[in-house]
Design a protein around this ligand. Sequence first.
Ligand code: TNX
Length: 536
Amino acid sequence: MKSIYDKQWRSKFIKILLIIIVIIFSTMTYTKKDEVKAKDLPPSSNNIIPKPLSYEKGSGKFVLTSNTSIYVKGNNEKETEEISKVAEFLREKLKASTGFELKILKAENVPAQSIYLTTVGAQADKGNEGYTIATTAQGVKITAYKPEGISRAVQTLRQLLPPAIEKNNLVSGVEWSIPVSTIEDKPEYSNRGLMLDVARHFFTVDEIKRQIDHAAQYKINRVHLHLSDDQGWRLEIKKWPDLTAIGGSTQVGGGPGGYYTQEQFKDIVRYAADRYVEIVPEFDMPGHSNAALASYGFLNPDGKKKPLYTGTKVGFSSFMTHDEKTYGFIEDVIKEVSEISPSKYFHIGGDEALSTKKADYDYFVGRVANIVKKYGKTPIGWDPIDTSPSIDSSVVLQNWKDSNSAARQKNMKIIASVAKKAYLDMKYDETTPYGLTWAGYIPVETAYTWDPTDFAPKNLVLGLEAPLWTETIPNEKAMDYMIYPRLLGYAEIGWTPKADRNWMEYKNRLKSQEERMENQGIKFYKDISVWGNNTK
Ligand code: TNX
């Protein structure tokens, strides 16, 4: 009896042992597989957003130390100066976290252990924004046709370094290494924009600069400022001071509003230009004009100033379209702004003019477009500006409604901003604490998975722009939350060819940006499709 019991027990024991061995073995192979996976994983450098055209990894690394210098050389003195400014930008970005005060030197012979920024020998084929970054164990060489391309490359270089590089305080114990690699890159579209509505809620110069700086790292190259609307006029016009004294004195909800002096506007423009970002000014008309109508009685049919408006309705205001005083006033504004705005574009609004008869609207936008052209600028307008017979291909359509057949017929250039895909003021989902829903929810995946050519023929598309309307966006925290991380997707749609983009792959790269954004203090939204549950 005992021996039978023993036998049974033994066979049971052997079975259990076998199971344990199988379990141990399978976890071993699993971890082994995992190790292999980890080893084969693309280095963090492959997590660059927007994704570069080509990335080739070698072996080894270049390590940045306090002895590294930045060398600059252009094709002429002026270009060398311009590259030096890009070098200064790079030095400042590296300073806080590394503690290094890198020297910037102009020299013929570039020694090892340096970062070399140059336009010498570059071909025009990658355009003004294209570049090559060649990293060896000895150093980094950035070559571009124009200093602008060097600036875009410098933004890429930040992402080749460990995420701690983005910290605002000294970090110790991190090796500041860049993997040996070669990157060839250039953008798909020349217009990759972010719009900030500073009219519904006012944002300070520093808040705007902060957004420009954050957006520029993802190679956004246009920041469109929506400078007037029913609720506020936000730029000083010397000839008409009440525009800001009265029209700038409030905002949605009745707060104090605010405005930029011309000097402050120039300061924003300069700050953006240092990052090769162009500021595009917009004054919305003939609708969305209550702040102006509240500032000066002569702009109204009864000669009386309209009351200030702090609500969120649209479509109730209109300039007088058949009164020469209106056009005299508008010309004064366009003249003053054109003098301080280096952008070749001037945005004249043109949306939701629901209180303007169609024929009057058509006449008005034609007249205003001509004034803009008189001051040497290219007009941009929201649809339905393209439907006016007085608008032709010299005007750019910013397309928000997916209604651009007139623009196509006229061969007008188009900036894609179709609301259901590109509006940063749309909620991510029903739990989003800010924003609107009229164009639908825009989770991060929806924001990423489209292309301007879904809405317009490629030959007409200048690029895209993501607008942040601010009726429900009262502060920086709300702004960050709505812009990030969706803007990274828009930046990539604008930069990376459609065929190279894929949501499943992008998702991983986006997740790897988390630490960088956090280190910069960007209060972004952790979308469930990327970060999973319980991360809100
Ligand atoms: C429509 S889009 C508007 C804006 C609003 C926005 C809110 C466009 C050209 N006009 O006036 O702020 O919807 O999403």
